[in-house]
Design a protein around this ligand. Sequence first.
Ligand SMILES: [Zn+2]
Length: 235
Amino acid sequence: MLRHPNEGYEWQQEASSSNHPHEQPQPLIVHKNFFSPARYYCVETICAPCGTVIAWAKFDKAESATNILNFLEMIYPTEESRPQYICVDKACLVLRTAISSGKWDSIWKNTTRFIVDTYHYTNHKATDILCRTYCNPAPTDGSAPNLVVLAQDKNGKSVLKRAFNTQVCEQLNAWLGGFETILKKMKPGNFNWFIHVMLFFHTQTVLAKQKAKKEKKENAAQNSDDEESDEEEAD
Ligand SMILES: [Zn+2]
């Protein structure tokens, strides 16, 4: 359905109230509890570095560190299930909140480190010692060898490179943002269904691409094996 200017739905207070000219008395807001995703919710996702979506949630009003920690606890309830690294745009805030609430010691300390994704890290304060020391997505001092790999640049020189794509959530957000106009019109049930289906299909696509890539690699290896054995036979 196309969105027309000055067209409002009854559950969208802002849109309907803006239809009334200023000289007329402001209408009473009757449907106070109608849903308006743009105003009340933000969608949070958890992705694997390869791009598959692990979980998503709607947060009421704000993306607070407490909300993030509660979401993570729900998705990773046991020590065995917890990842070694969790990359969040506000990782330093999440870490601080975990420490002050006691959750760092009781839940996360043994298994997990919170790091900032590379996209947001440049905007974090260089003077924030906690952030620089514990939330650096790619420390070059050898303190997190799993996050940094040694690679060759185009001149054959050894360079340190990030081992994972820490921006998958950011990339997913950019894609989801394209549906914002449709999502803004939806009631909670439709909103949930739509997001879930889109993320499900997105993950299916990512998995299919990975499978195709793997098969291509295996076929290439198979072909080069065949060529080698052909050469051997010719000898
Ligand atoms: Zn920070």
